[in-house]
Ligand binder design. Structure first.
Ligand code: MTE
Length: 316
């Protein structure tokens, strides 16, 4: 059997030109053609001006996903967002999330604590596009072009103190729009965390968009986290606060079931979940089953983070 591995710069057709860049070009043409502009329907014009506030991001080809990008519809209609309900079809309910105005407080053991509006972050941070794999602990996966910025840029802005060892991510809890919060046995709000070394790794990404557009509520608008070598539950959605702390934060899932979901949660096909195998994963959209890779295939970037941590439960 002939197996041909594409090189970093060889992109499958469907990855070629991001949709927003095509739309951006059309908008620019529209601007020079007065008649064309006059014919644009008001709704479309409003959509274009909203898109204009969202920065066009250049794709960073350093992180080639090695797989086709998941269809946008699949990635935006099959979601985990327990605040809106525990089934995968919460995308309609999630539209009630008000995503502006929105602020994220960055506080704790930092020299310059600050409350940022998401729009300020869009202007101040080095925005780029990265196509990352996401592997859910439930053994399905997807590949998404995320727009965002490395969290290291935010850390640089706030100046972590030497006593800061962990980041604690707190996500929105809005009972008026989130019916899931009525399920009072869950330990709301959804909390996640990582070490400061993990956050400083170049892969750690704060996400503000997907498929060249602002993030949709069901995917964690207006800002979420993503560390692609970890199981997807580490990626807190709709962040409201990032605190630098000395103690290891206890996460939402760890608080519910510590024997199944731990702090580190690095992807490892050889360490089964107590109730199912992690050896392979179902690709969202195609349904194909593919082998799962250690660190979700990102070992070259992150394995070094764990060399002195063999005694920790790194894989669940
Ligand atoms: N963040 C919040 N606030 N609430 C959640 O229920 N689910 C997590 C994570 N972030 C979750 C969350 C899980 S289990 C996964 S797999 C990913 O979001 C799914 O992201 P997606 O819906 O964009 O695919």
């Amino acid at each position: 059997m002939l197996i041909r591995t594409p090189r970093g710069w060889e992109l499958p057709e469907r990855q070629a030109t991001p949709e927003h860049l095509v739309f951006g070009r059309r908008a620019a043409l529209g601007g020079t053609m007065a008649l064309g502009a006059a014919l644009v329907a008001p709704r479309a014009a409003a959509a274009q001006s909203a898109a204009a506030e969202f920065p066009a991001a250049v794709r960073n080809l350093r992180f080639s996903p090695g797989r086709d990008i998941t269809g946008e519809r699949d990635a935006t209609t099959y979601n985990n967002y327990y605040e809106f309900g525990s089934d995968k079809g919460i995308h309609r309910a999630a539209q009630r999330l008000p995503t502006r105005p929105w602020t994220v407080k960055v506080d704790g053991l930092v020299d310059r604590p600050r409350e940022y509006s998401v729009d300020d972050l869009l202007k101040a941070m080095p925005i780029e596009e990265r196509v990352y794999r996401l592997r859910c602990v439930e053994a399905w996966s997807m590949v998404v072009p995320w727009t965002g910025f490395p969290i290291s840029a935010l850390l640089e802005a706030v100046g972590p103190q030497s006593s800061a060892k962990y980041l604690r991510f707190e996500t929105a809890a809005m009972p008026s729009v989130m019916p899931g919060l009525r399920q009072s046995w869950y330990p709301w709000p959804y909390i996640e965390g990582c070490t400061i070394e993990e956050a400083a790794n170049e892969l750690s990404f704060l996400v503000v968009g997907a498929y060249g557009k602002p993030l949709l509520p069901q995917n964690g608008a207006p800002i979420r986290f993503h560390q692609p070598w970890k199981y997807g539950f580490k990626a807190g959605k709709s962040l409201v606060r990032i605190s630098l702390v000395a103690e290891r934060p206890k996460s939402f899932w760890e608080a519910i079931q510590a024997s199944e979901y731990g702090f580190w949660a690095n992807v490892n096909p050889e360490v089964a979940h107590p109730r199912w195998s992690q050896a392979s994963e179902r690709v969202l959209g195609t349904g194909e089953r593919v082998p799962t890779q250690i660190f979700n295939g990102y070992g070259e970037f992150v394995a070094g983070l764990y060399t002195n941590l063999q005694r920790e439960r790194l894989w669940a």
